[in-house]
Design a protein around this ligand. Sequence first.
Ligand code: NAI
Ligand code: MG
Length: 498
Amino acid sequence: MAITTVLPNLQRSVAEFLGKPRKMLVDGKWVEAASGKTFETYNPATGEVLAHVAEGDREDIDRAVKAARRAFESGPWPAMSPSERGRLLLKLADLLESHLEEFAELETLDNGKPVFFSRIVDIPTAVDVFRYMAGWATKVEGSTIPISAHGAQYFAYTLREPLGVVGQIIPWNFPMIMASWKLAPALAVGCTVVLKPAEQTPLTALRLGELALEAGFPDGVLNIVTGFGETAGAALAAHPDVDKVAFTGSTEVGKLILGAATGNLKKVSLELGGKSPNIVFPDADLQAAIPGAANAIFFNQGQCCTAGSRLFVHKSIFDEVVDGVAQAAKRFTIGPGLDPSTNLGPVVSKEQLDRVCGYLESGIREGAKAVVGGHKRSGSGYFVEPTVLVDVKPEMKVVREEIFGPVVTAIPFSEPEEVVRSANHTVYGLAAAVWTRDISKAHRVAAKLRAGTVWINCYNVFDPALPFGGYKQSGWGREMGHAVLELYTETKAVCAQL
Ligand code: NAI
Ligand code: MG
């Protein structure tokens, strides 16, 4: 099918990119899969085929890892100064920024999200992350350490060295942002990378690979192998010559990654699922809290690891807040992401649509009531109505499990101690939020919430300087900020007798 007949108004560069089967980036060259196989990605707004992409597997991962190892140990990369690495990242950020419109369109086509958000959130955020991490290239320092060993005088210091060859496996909800979170710090400190994008959304990462070559990254420093999780992803996680694997995705697969990593005890960092509590106290500014609660769950069609999917509202304002969030849900213009008036797009795939609808059915079957939404949209494309569920019980699947769709469960509470207990009653611990005008209560509650991020009177505020990661089964390690440097460096102690 000629793609341009389906999508007549695309930028020419995007139409051309989609028109050719996409190859993988291995050792600085664009190559087909060793097997010659390809797979299809779909436009979630229509269900139609968007592009054909090389289907990498074990052999391709092996070639990419060998290239990354070579590039880590020899050639220009290990000889480069930190400042040269930083400049390459800045160049990549500039190139990405100058192709913003093209990337925004491609991201929207592949993922479904409204192009408005691709333009103002996804691509600019990725640019910022590359710039922020470029700055760290020159600032990773060891220390000198006074030691007290007997019998002699010593001079001891630490070196922070790049960890080595890194495998990075990323999801489909924010394809470019996730690529930037992973690539930027690893490259800043001098690691080499094999990146495995999600099979649903490989396109912007591949286009980014083209820009990385243009920026001048040496061959083999950044390799991109496209393919499925069970094959390419699993091979990367298990590869004996990979020093570290960084993963973002489901908690279920996070556990598989850990298992696969035991062979060579590679380092592992995980950003996993969430079921984040969003707590509205009776003294909150509801003008802010109500739209805040709606955005917390509906942004990106609810496909956020931090989605505010358990909305706890004080019983005295429960009806008002639930009604406000339901009204906000009704105001969304649901449609294809490329339509400029759309502010709620389709979910990413048929599989995700079925998963979300399965949760809606299970919730209703178990006695929950949909105040608004509750169904998928008929017709083509993977559209789900934004949904608010009430009359829910803590043991229901819709309250316990990550739905990863535009579905919020609203739960009344009476006392602060009670809501903290309920909020923490989950295997997850990624994010949480508190809405109140009482600053002392806000910080007291923030301290008690078992979550890697707590927002006060705001939601989904991210910054490259703020560490992000999970408590409990939401993951291991912190990305962004200077905390991320821990994930991609080893510390070496050097001790000299004088
Ligand atoms: P997933 O965890 O299967 O996929 C994420 C990435 O892992 C993809 O690149 C995939 O190819 C890869 N992968 C899958 N199986 C693998 C394996 N055995 N070994 C190595 N890599 C593997 O997530 P999926 O199936 O797309 O979505 C399922 C659910 O996971 C969602 O409904 C949502 O609840 C959660 N999820 C959470 C995300 C987050 O940001 N925390 C992102 C995506 C999904
Ligand atoms: Mg999966």
